[in-house]
Design a protein around this ligand. Structure first.
Ligand code: IPM
Ligand code: MN
Length: 358
């Protein structure tokens, strides 16, 4: 088997962490009977510099013609003055929409050796937690009608949250499929006490709950969910929620794991190639310093093997190598508040992971 992988390295630490993940994938490829062909395409700020726009056509077509996409991160202060429709972040939204990637899987679990990096008191997380946030990714307020206009108080700007039955239905299906393979519990997060779109969301979730008696189903308002995440994260298994609530709750959950530098994500659609990326940003302040943690991107590569290429065994080899590396005590500087030894840099962490594969 030969697979085509599109690499969208992007800006800031993007190129460094994608290089790390590719180094790991090249080792994996030697151990399994498949090969990977990597092709780079520009995205984000570097694409603005090169082609004038953050998501050039060649990038979209390149991704569409691949088996999977591995992305680093986009954005940086030098592009903050771009008009909003030409910002690097627009490229992310654009590629998600162009590939129809409506399911965003964001796992957040506590690695036992990192329990003291979790900002919660030890006794609150002694039982660990393993959460999968299933975030709707191509609808809601991110893609709703927007604009500026003259209103009652003069000039105003607006965005709208809109969800169709079709969009809610397909994300629920994905979430229930995930829950069935895990601990069979789903918490649907909405704001149905205020928002009409959430009333519809909750109604469809309730229909799924009635049809799937093997899954424990809970509905929760988003403000409560944000609180429950820091009160007792172990109560959650799968969380299914809208685009914006999922954006916010996944950053909150990431901090509970000890570092946002650990969290991968998978964005999936129906037939199109999936896109795999760390949930953190481009961290321009540490770009080029060797401080970037490659783990989130390496784990994103594992998700790519699992969900896009159906190479489950290869995915597991990467995940257990990362587990092992953390158990051995190796840390990058974001992973350790009180390091007992000097933290590893990006290349050293990558090599520590690779040693655990060989
Ligand atoms: C994320 C990011 C993006 C989002 C931004 C950069 C558009 O925060 O992937 O979580 O809000 O989806
Ligand atoms: Mn985010």
């Amino acid at each position: 088997m030969n697979y085509k992988i599109a690499l969208l390295k992007g800006d800031g630490i993007g190129p460094e962490i994608v290089d790390s993940a590719v180094k790991v994938l090249k080792v994996i490829e030697q151990k399994f009977d498949f090969s990977l062909d990597f092709t780079e395409y520009p995205i984000g700020g570097c694409a603005i510099d090169r082609c004038g726009i953050p998501l050039p056509e060649e990038t979209v077509t390149g991704c569409q013609n691949s088996d999977a996409v591995l992305l680093g991160a986009v954005g940086g202060p030098q592009w903050d003055t771009q008009p909003s429709k030409n910002r690097p972040e627009k490229a992310l939204l654009g590629i998600r929409a162009a590939l129809g990637l409506y399911v965003n899987l964001r796992p957040a679990k506590l690695y036992p050796p990192l329990i003291d990096e979790c900002p919660l008191k030890r006794e609150k997380v002694e039982n660990g937690f393993d959460i999968l946030i299933v975030r709707e990714l191509t609808g809601g307020i991110y893609f709703g009608e927007r604009g500026t206009r003259e209103g009652k108080y003069g000039r105003e700007a607006y965005d709208t949250e809109c969800y169709s039955v079709m969009e809610i239905d397909r994300i629920m299906k994905a979430a229930f499929d995930c829950a069935r393979l895990r601990n069979k519990k789903i918490t649907s997060v909405d704001k149905a006490n205020v928002l009409e779109s959430s009333v519809l969301w909750r109604q469809i979730f309730n229909e799924y709950a009635a049809q799937n008696p093997d899954i424990e189903c809970v509905s929760m308002f988003v403000d409560n969910a944000a609180m429950q995440l820091v009160r007792d994260p172990s109560q959650f298994d799968v969380i299914v929620t809208s685009n914006m609530f999922g954006d916010i709750l996944s950053d909150e959950a990431s901090q509970l794991t000890g570092s946002i530098g650990l969290l991968p994500s998978a964005s999936l659609g129906k037939a199109n190639p999936g896109l795999f990326e760390p949930i953190h940003g481009s961290a321009p302040d540490i770009a080029g310093t060797g401080k970037a943690n490659p783990i989130a991107t390496v784990l994103s590569a594992a998700m790519l093997l699992r969900y896009a290429l159906h190479q489950e065994e290869a995915a597991k080899v990467i995940e257990s190598a990362v587990n092992h590396t953390i158990e051995q005590g190796w840390r990058t500087c974001d992973m350790s508040v009180n390091p007992s030894s000097a933290p590893l840099n990006t290349a050293e962490m990558t090599d520590a992971i690779i040693k655990n594969i060989l």
